[in-house]
Design a protein around this ligand. Structure first.
Ligand SMILES: [Zn+2]
Length: 418
């Protein structure tokens, strides 16, 4: 078993070591965890949370895993309204932005101007408690500085088709985590309420398809970009970052760290995949804030996590959110049906978002996740670059970005349900 701690609220979530097999356990224990959370909220800031409740939760999780495996689909379809221990989440229009009854704060993704890993963890915990019957959550791995790569599945895990949405593989592009979290929560609400989208209920749309979210692929890097070395958990990471800064020849940390793109090892994760990697000259040759492709493909926890996830399910679409440019990339020399389907996907998202399509991949660096998903896995895939200006994108753009992208997941899922 593996355990994940979400935030500072003394909740320990246990998941199976087999990352994609065990998250259903969370369903059963989430009520208990909600109670535990309330009990422990008062001493949030203490450091005592590390040892809490491990052993009994382990035992309970093991006992219930098999039962839940069998009953998940039935539970979903028969009692979607049962989701949520939180009164705000059982109201007909439960959007936290719309409920006037608040003692409950809105989700951080609605208000944040610099969406952090800690804010995301808090939001994930609320989502987990509020929609426990509608999702599964686990971690794809722990990063070098000790953060989790959270992964959520909505819809039946045994579905024949799966869709993947990711954010923040590039550190300074953390607004994409905020976007993906908001997409995810909206979709959960619509799924639970069976909201009709383009003449079909969301539960029917998701009957044969599951959608996966990895809202923050690179949590260490995001934290470097937002907080610099001071935000790191481990001394060795702080020292490494300063060494990398010296290698990069930077003399001004206040200019250097905010535009960090890599993970905390100094590898540009989106140049670490097996897709023309060997042909790519990163012009760096050493760990760096940007571009360094590493000594081989998939050397990093984060890139391996995406590769393993992608191989574990029959994915039929992937979308990687980046900033910025207002552009959709879809082409990586694919031919035949793969090309046609991928282009149709790009055109649909173009229509949905108003972003333009760029088919000239030669001006882009290769060895990205999308490139790998297309060329090695044959999955129609997109990179969507949201926002304008430079990264990190101005927080004032978030609402406009949300408006353009708020139905991208639904649109893709609906197109698969036809
Ligand atoms: Zn990027």
């Amino acid at each position: 078993m593996r355990k994940i701690r979400i935030g500072r609220s003394a909740v320990i979530i246990l998941i199976a070591a087999e990352i994609l097999g065990g998250c259903r356990q969370i369903e059963a224990s989430s009520q208990q965890e909600a109670a535990a959370r309330e009990e422990t909220a008062a001493f949030e800031e203490t450091a005592a949370f590390e040892e809490t409740a491990e052993s009994e939760e382990t035992a309970e999780s093991e006992e219930t895993a098999e039962f839940e495996e069998a009953s998940f689909a039935g539970t979903l379809n028969s009692t979607p309204q049962a989701a949520g221990s939180d009164p705000a989440d059982s109201s007909p229009q439960p959007g936290p932005e719309e409920t006037g009854e608040e003692e409950e704060r809105p989700y951080n993704f609605l208000t944040s101007r610099k969406y952090t890993y800690a804010e995301m963890e808090e939001d994930l915990l609320r989502i987990l408690n509020g929609y426990s019957d509608c999702l599964e959550m686990d971690s794809l791995g722990e990063t070098s500085d000790g953060r989790q790569i959270y992964h959520v599945i909505i819809g039946p895990r045994t579905a024949g088709r799966h869709v993947l949405i990711t954010g923040s593989i590039h550190a300074r592009e953390y607004m994409t985590s905020q976007l993906v979290m908001r997409q995810m929560e909206q979709l959960l609400r619509q799924y639970r309420d069976n909201t009709v989208y383009r003449d079909m209920g969301m539960q029917d749309i998701l009957a044969g398809t599951a959608i996966h979210f990895v809202p923050m692929v690179n949590p260490d890097g995001v934290t470097v970009s937002q907080m610099g070395p001071d935000g790191m958990n481990r001394e060795e990471t702080k020292e490494r970052l300063e060494q990398i800064r010296a290698l990069d020849g930077s003399t001004d940390p206040s200019q250097y760290y905010p535009v960090w793109k890599s993970n905390a090892m100094g590898v540009d994760l989106n140049r670490n995949f097996d897709a023309k990697w060997e042909l790519y000259n990163d012009h760096v040759g050493h760990p760096s804030s940007d571009h360094y492709k590493s000594t081989a493909t998939e050397t990093e926890v984060e890139s391996r996590a995406l590769v393993e996830l992608t191989k574990a399910y029959p994915f039929v679409r992937t979308v990687s959110y980046h900033t910025q440019g207002g552009v959709i990339y879809w082409y990586f020399e694919q031919t035949g049906e793969l090309r046609d389907v991928n282009l149709a996907l790009a055109r649909m998202v173009e229509e949905e978002t108003g972003y333009w399509i760029d088919s000239d991949y030669t001006k882009l660096d290769p060895a990205g996740y999308k490139d790998w998903a297309i060329s090695r896995m044959g999955i129609p895939s997109l990179t969507i670059e949201v926002g304008s200006g430079s990264s990190p994108v101005d927080p004032a753009q978030f609402e406009e970005i949300w408006e353009r992208n708020k139905n991208v997941c639904q649109r893709i899922l609906r197109s698969l349900a036809e």
